[in-house]
Design a protein around this ligand. Structure first.
Ligand code: ADP
Length: 161
């Protein structure tokens, strides 16, 4: 029996950006299987419902010819999501600034809770300033987001202005 190494890339993806897609593409070069876990955060106000966030990532992956399994999870511990999917590693992206301070305690906690390790990949400089929240603000005030999000996401955002 061959052992497949898989990772879970968790996030709100509200909406998915080209920065997220870049991370999924790079994870595909490191792991046999990549799961994208779309999570609901009770602390964050969300623009798009979870099902739409899942569908947009699936469509964006198809647009870019990338392979990953995408599913939504609500009110679940991330380590339980990893166990459910049979994944050994959590993948997170690191942008300059606050990401590292926020990520380190989460990574340490997930390791202590269930022995799950976290791999943090540095953001590509092209997308290091891109975040879902900035994209939402730019779109809400009539700005152009095509350099920051996949085409399917841009269309979905335009329809919500
Ligand atoms: P969360 O609310 O869990 O941070 P996000 O959807 O904002 O969810 O981000 C999911 C993951 O993607 C996080 O690890 C975040 O650091 C990473 N990420 C977000 N934007 C970028 C980007 N532009 N480049 C690389 N990684 C990113």
């Amino acid at each position: 029996m061959s052992i497949r190494r898989s990772c879970v890339f968790p996030g709100s993806f509200d909406p998915a950006t080209l920065g997220h897609l870049d991370l999924i593409r790079r994870a595909g070069q490191l792991f046999d299987q990549v799961f994208v876990a779309v999570l609901t955060h009770s602390s964050k106000t969300q623009l798009l419902p979870m099902q739409e966030r899942v569908q947009l990532i699936q469509a964006a992956l198809a647009e870019q010819n990338l392979t990953a399994q995408v599913a939504g999870f609500s009110e679940k511990l991330l380590v339980d999501v990893c166990a459910e999917l049979g994944a050994q590693v959590i993948l997170r992206g690191l942008r300059p600034g606050a990401d590292a301070d926020l990520e380190l305690p989460l990574a340490m906690m997930n390791r202590q809770l269930a022995g799950v390790e976290t791999l943090m990949l540095p953001a590509d400089p092209k997308f290091a300033h891109v975040s879902s929240s900035l994209v939402k603000q730019i779109n809400a005030y009539g700005g152009e987001v095509k350099e920051f999000v996949p085409d399917v996401v841009r269309k979905a955002l335009l329809s919500r202005r």
